[in-house]
Write a protein that binds this ligand. Structure first.
Ligand SMILES: [Cu+2]
Length: 158
């Protein structure tokens, strides 16, 4: 009984702090995580918009992008096909690994992929990303088979 009372007291003590963070359990609401290829951007501070088409011939158009270091880019993704597509940003190794996992039917850890958007056929999707690391990075559609068919591109940041 004593232990129960202690638990209740602890619960009461922590309740106000928790109430201030109703989305704490949701990784998507967490603070942006710095990655090797940049960090989630603030939609209110976008400095450039890049439009990309996604098509059922497994292509992104354009597929080679040049970005200036520090730019906060809003990717507007238009799915022109009848299949679902997605855009995932990452390093080349990361994306190749995830594509292999998808082929094997391994569920993806979406928390490891802060920069992704699924886009339904005929719809638009969006990613806002700040490129605060120089380098050459990749983007890809990791719907099974799409990456392998060439649905990928590169982003050069300098
Ligand atoms: Cu695709």
């Amino acid at each position: 009984m004593k232990r129960l009372l202690v638990s209740l007291a602890l619960a009461a003590a922590f309740a106000p702090a928790h109430a201030d963070q109703p989305h704490k359990a949701h990784a998507h609401a967490a603070k942006p995580v710095q990655t090797a290829y940049g960090i989630a951007g603030d939609p209110a501070k976008v400095t450039r918009t890049i439009r990309l088409d996604m098509t059922d011939d497994m292509r992104f158009t354009p597929s080679a992008l040049d970005v200036k270091l520090g730019e906060i880019v809003r990717f507007v993704l238009a799915n022109k096909g009848v299949q679902m597509h997605e855009m995932v940003l990452g390093t080349k190794d990361e994306l190749a690994q995830h594509a292999a996992m998808m082929r094997q039917g391994t569920p993806m850890d979406h928390h490891a992929l802060p920069a992704m958007a699924h886009v339904m056929p005929g719809k638009n999707g969006e990613i806002v990303w700040q490129f605060n690391r120089a380098g050459t990075f990749d983007f890809a559609c990791l719907v099974p088979g799409h990456y392998e068919a060439g649905m990928k591109g590169t982003i050069s940041v300098k």
